[in-house]
Design a protein around this ligand. Structure first.
Ligand code: ADP
Length: 295
């Protein structure tokens, strides 16, 4: 009898999940397995929204952000009684292996699920925050960085025309990765992230000198974790005399056509996940480290 394997998306969606679903279906079938989708994360496990998947389900989705099978946060999955129902649902379909695209919280939930119910799982780090311990890369980060780059490039055009300062707030929860990489790759004048406390006043002489030498706009990239974008904007107005606007990029950072890198990483993460489960690894998260995959 063919082995059955399922996949679900949990927590925040990222661009790259759809390419991962496509690779999942194609590679599972190539390895002689029967692929299943679980719709709406752990909620779908509990409500038995578990359905066989085939080529037709993944045709044409590689170009789309988000996830075709939906994602969710589930308070119920934190309770053992609901995890028992989830396991019974999987067993009723004959499924003994599960791939989870998600973040730290989802993997904690799966570890608990594995300890209690013995359903083998493999986690694929998926969050634009790039804040999962042990992996250098999480699915979705590159596409998010591309969205931020495009936004900053566009804001720069208007900033320069109007002699304005712009404070651009990026996502990342408590991690400054998106802000830092975006600032470096967009030529921002200022970057503020939680990992490196900074006294903005120290930049004032340098900024004044730049203005004296012809600078007529500023771009500051600020991580949402600091919750101080408005204060930074007020500083540019008060200390440098620049009319200032705050641009909160928000959920635009989650969407968009998956980048080449995210499509490739989705392909590689899923390939490793299916191989790991086939080889009997039962509770692992795939990490991308120093250009190598490790468990
Ligand atoms: P992420 O996976 O992106 O970190 P969350 O922290 O919101 O997202 O976690 C996603 C889901 O994982 C939660 O809604 C919950 O269903 C499940 N989960 C998180 N922590 C636990 C836990 N300790 N026990 C069981 N389930 C958990």
């Amino acid at each position: 009898m063919k082995k059955k394997i399922a996949i679900l998306c949990s927590g925040g969606d990222v661009s790259g999940m759809n390419p991962a679903l496509k690779r999942f279906v194609e590679y599972a079938i190539a390895r002689g397995m029967e692929p299943y989708f679980v719709y709406h994360g752990f909620e779908g496990l509990i409500d038995n929204r578990i359905v066989p998947a085939g080529y037709a389900d993944v045709s044409g989705i590689i170009t789309r952000g988000g996830t075709k099978i939906g994602s969710a946060r589930s308070e119920r999955f934190k309770e053992s009684s609901y995890r028992t129902i989830a396991a019974e649902n999987l067993r009723s379909h004959g499924i003994g292996m599960l791939i989870v695209l998600g973040g730290d919280g989802s993997f904690r939930g799966m570890e608990q699920f594995y300890r209690e119910q013995g359903i083998a799982f493999c986690g694929i780090p998926s969050t634009i925050d790039n804040d999962i311990n042990g992996t250098d890369y999480c699915l979705g980060v590159d596409t998010a960085l591309g969205v931020i780059r495009d936004s900053i490039d566009q804001i720069r055009d208007t900033a320069a025309s109007f002699r304005r300062a712009f404070v651009i707030e990026t996502m990342g929860r408590n991690c400054g990765y998106l802000a830092l990489v975006s600032a470096l790759t967009s030529g921002a004048e200022l970057c503020l992230i939680p990992e490196i406390p900074a006294d903005i006043d120290e930049y004032k002489p340098c900024f004044i000198s730049q203005v004296e030498h012809g600078r007529d706009y500023f771009i500051a990239v600020v991580s949402e974790a600091l919750r101080n974008s408005d204060k930074v904007a007020a500083w540019f107005e008060a200390e440098l005399g620049f009319e200032t606007r705050v641009a909160v990029l928000g959920h635009t950072q989650r969407g968009g056509n998956p980048s080449v890198y995210d499509r490739l990483m989705a392909y590689r993460f899923v390939t490793y996940a299916i191989d790991a489960l086939s080889e009997g690894k039962s509770d692992s998260v795939i990490c991308y480290s120093k250009s190598h995959f490790v468990f």
